[in-house]
Design a protein around this ligand. Structure first.
Ligand SMILES: Nc1ncnc2c1ncn2[C@@H]1O[C@H](COP(=O)(O)OP(=O)(O)OP(=O)(O)O)[C@@H](O)[C@H]1O
Ligand SMILES: [Mg+2]
Length: 301
């Protein structure tokens, strides 16, 4: 189990209700929630993912408007924000979940905005009576933030009716229904397997309001991701190096174990090793240009 994100911090101030003829300043509201900043950094730091970004923006808008309505005392039910992120490996699901946790905290929906990332083994025990305390402990840790369940379909084993996973699912369902104010659950996994999971667990399906699909990246997007990642690490891709990487990725993309942006990260890690060895081998003088520039041989197979 991993936990990340901001620790518990500032309380939301209790605001007095506004009179009916008052007006709120939209720009100031967005600003005070730091919403534009969060959305801009999402735009800047994540390549592509247009539909995902649109969905995130829509949710942020809803929450902000809800918050303003509350200032006038207009009540509405708290929106259901449990989500499911589907897509292939390395398409950005975990990364977006982290951003989502931060955003939900900023608009005041979640008290803490941390993310607890778990898989089946963190929730399900090995023997009778083991699962409930395990699941409850995880839920306790996730309260006030996001519980991210990766490869959620492993919770359900169709072949075994008495599988302890079922017990974990029941507890999750209860909390998702009754403690919506304190916890957002995001399930993640491959599209087809998640669909099968929802078919077998209609209770879970009906509690998830937002299904967000993460598509595979196009080649151009993968190269843009590579540029972004290398910039962040203080490397530059020469034009020829980008071309060599493009050729490499073109071959890898069609293979079954290709992992989108993660494969790009791995290619860059390997390139850093090659680059370092290449520099030491040539044993000449070496300036910052050489130290930062990745070249085609660094990306050869
Ligand atoms: N659109 C993007 N732009 C830039 N970097 C990205 C993008 N998508 C993913 N990454 C980077 O790629 C890596 C893998 O992403 P992430 O772990 O979010 O994928 P995932 O969908 O959760 O994968 P898995 O299903 O294998 O858990 C991370 O280092 C992330 O920062
Ligand atoms: Mg992930």
């Amino acid at each position: 189990m991993r936990q990340s994100g901001p620790p518990a911090d500032e309380e939301r101030p209790d605001e007095a209700l506004l009179p009916e003829d008052a007006a709120v300043d939209l720009a100031a509201e967005r600003n005070s929630a730091g919403l534009d900043e969060t959305i801009e950094s999402l735009d800047r730091e994540l390549i592509g993912l247009h539909e995902v970004k649109t969905r995130v923006r829509e949710m942020a808008a809803l929450l902000l408007v809800d918050r303003m309505r509350q200032r006038f005392g207009v009540s509405s039910s708290r929106p259901n924000l449990h989500m499911c992120f589907t897509g292939n490996p390395g398409t950005g699901k975990t990364t977006v979940a982290l951003r989502m946790a931060e955003l939900l905290h900023r608009v005041g929906y979640l008290d803490r905005g941390h993310l607890v990332s778990v898989t089946r083994d963190d929730l399900v025990g090995q023997y009778v009576g083991h699962t409930a305390p395990k699941t409850k402990e995880v839920l306790k840790r996730a309260m006030g933030g996001v519980l991210f369940i990766d490869e959620a379909y492993y919770l359900y084993r169709a072949e075994n009716e008495r599988d302890y996973g079922q017990e974990a699912i029941e507890i999750l369902l209860q909390v998702m229904e009754n403690q919506r104010d304190d916890l957002v659950v995001i399930l993640a996994g491959y599209t087809d397997r998640m669909e099968e999971f929802f078919r077998c667990n209609p209770g879970m399906s009906s509690r998830i309001a937002h299904h967000i699909e993460f598509g595979d990246y196009e080649l151009d997007e993968l190269i843009a991701i590579a540029r972004l990642m290398s910039d962040g690490e203080g490397y530059r891709l020469s034009g020829e190096a980008a071309e060599a990487l493009r050729e490499r990725l073109r071959g890898q993309m069609v293979q079954p174990r290709f992992a989108n942006a993660r494969s790009v990260r791995n290619a860059l890690e390997r390139a850093r090793l090659r680059h370092a060895s290449r520099l030491l081998e040539c044993a000449g003088r070496c300036g910052v240009a050489e130290l930062t520039r990745l070249e085609p041989p660094d990306f050869s197979p």
